[in-house]
Write a protein that binds this ligand. Structure first.
Ligand code: DLL
Length: 433
């Protein structure tokens, strides 16, 4: 089912006209209501009337995560905070979080784009939607919640944690759609095995997994073990939360709801727009939101955009799965390494489990990366020589893909931390060295 065929299947030319009208209106409103944007436009000599085609988007200034910190908490709000009915926040690793606001209209837009997301995953009003994204300042829980209700699903606001209870609820309530981070989906599977809970007792048909990068290997593992169709869903607090893009049944990229959020790909070093199909940093402009319409937000996420129509009938552009972030790239002895490249390799191997962490240390001036991964339970009792052979096999595969030597350490099953929300895979001990 397509939730909103009018917008999702619109003729791309018509959609560009719609985008232009909405962009012009947003820029005009920001020029009046947000001094920070007014100053940025003035610095570049831009008047709202100068936006005459969607190509003029490139004339507008970028907004960065640092700009959001500098204007904390309400500096980029385009309405007085009292007109908002909700805030959410994204926790940075350092300092203040980023605060975003929503008017009732924004909450409505969000519920719509989440309903589209659920429909992309095959959901209908008959579904029982088990929502194990965290509720609170994080956008995952409440975001999926309101969209699920709009669609008419029976929403189970389970939030993260207490996996045993989650399994019980999914069985007893007949949950058909599971929403959580991919790493939590793997945790659920794992704990079910530990508890001796036979997963055939639950009857999920699809899963809406996002909020962190995951690989095709993780998809296969989750699909096989939970017996569902796993869909990648994408979004970020600064833009609205989840509900920015979602994978349909074709699983050939995530459809971006670009009647609300206009994507671009730029070269992260020069800021220049790149043509369709080229890899670069994803940038979004919100053209319908009232409280927090952000212009050319640099997501730091790396992907490619494709504009060809999809077999599902939707005409909205598709982004490839996120391969990494400009800021999660590890530079090890001068070589750029993305954690996702390592995950891709590990998850293709039967001898190890999809639980791993990357530990960085520094010896003198050299960085060292140790890949720690759990060996499959059946293997652990095996003799040392066999385990060493597995380590060597992983090492060889990593070397041939990454082009640098890394250390590999097999660890006992169930020793790497499990996550109810976003996983933390990289442990950087370089500062202390
Ligand atoms: O993670 C919103 C969300 C909630 C998306 C639930 C999907 C499901 P933030 O906490 O602000 O918002 O984190 C946003 O998470 O810039 C990406 O780096 C990463 N991310 C989100 N979805 C995906 C995905 C939510 N499907 C940041 N694949 C983004 C890879 C993702 N990375």
């Amino acid at each position: 089912m397509i939730w909103d065929p009018f917008y999702e299947c619109m003729d791309p030319e018509e959609r560009r006209e719609l985008q232009l009208r909405r962009l012009r209106e947003t820029v005009a409103r920001l020029n009046v209501n947000v001094p920070w944007y007014r100053d940025r436009f003035a610095e570049r000599g831009i008047e709202p009337g100068d936006i005459k085609s969607m190509d003029d988007l490139a004339k507008l200034p970028f907004t960065t995560k640092e700009d959001l910190r500098d204007t904390y908490p309400f500096g980029l709000f385009a309405v007085p905070p009292e007109e908002c009915v909700r805030i959410h926040a994204s926790s940075g690793t350092t300092g203040k979080p980023v605060i975003v606001g929503y008017t009732p209209e924004d909450i409505g837009i969000w519920a719509e784009t989440i309903a589209r997301t659920i429909a992309c995953g095959g959901g209908t009003s008959h579904d029982v939607l088990h929502n194990a994204y965290g509720y609170g300042l994080f956008t995952g829980g409440l975001g999926l919640h309101y969209g699920g209700e709009l669609m008419g699903c029976l929403v189970v606001p389970a939030s993260g944690g207490n996996t045993e209870r989650q399994l019980m609820l999914m069985e007893d309530l007949g949950s058909s759609i599971l929403c959580c981070t991919p790493s939590y989906a793997l945790t659920i599977v794992d704990q079910a095995e530990e508890l001796g809970f036979d997963l055939s007792r639950i009857n999920l048909k699809s899963g809406l997994f996002g909020a962190e990068p995951w690989s095709e290997g993780a998809r296969e593992s989750i699909e096989e073990r939970l017996g569902l169709s796993a869909h990648d869903i994408y979004g970020l607090t600064e833009i609205i939360g989840p509900g920015v893009a979602a994978e349909c049944e074709a699983k050939a990229g995530l459809h971006i709801f670009d009647d609300h959020f206009v994507p671009e790909i730029i070269d992260p070093d020069t800021g220049e727009q790149l043509p369709p199909g080229e890899q670069g940093e994803l940038v979004f402009t919100c053209i319908t939101k009232r409280a927090f319409p952000i212009i050319r937000f640099r997501t730091r996420d790396i992907t490619r955009l494709h504009y060809e129509p999809c077999e599902c009938g939707r005409t909205q552009p598709r982004m490839e799965r996120i391969t990494g972030r400009t800021d999660d790239m590890l530079i090890i002895r001068g070589v750029n390494v993305f954690p996702s490249q390592i995950e891709e390799i590990l998850l293709k191997m039967d001898e190890v489990e999809p639980h791993y962490q990357l530990v960085l240390t520094r010896e003198g001036r050299l960085d060292n990366l140790e890949v720690q991964v759990e060996v499959s339970p059946g293997m652990f009792s095996d003799e040392v020589r066999k385990l060493e052979a597995i380590e060597e096999k992983i090492r060889e595969r990593l070397v041939s893909t990454l082009g640098i030597r890394v250390d590999v350490k097999l660890v006992e099953p169930k020793t790497i931390e499990r996550f109810a929300g976003k996983a933390k895979r990289v442990i950087d001990n370089r500062e202390e060295a």
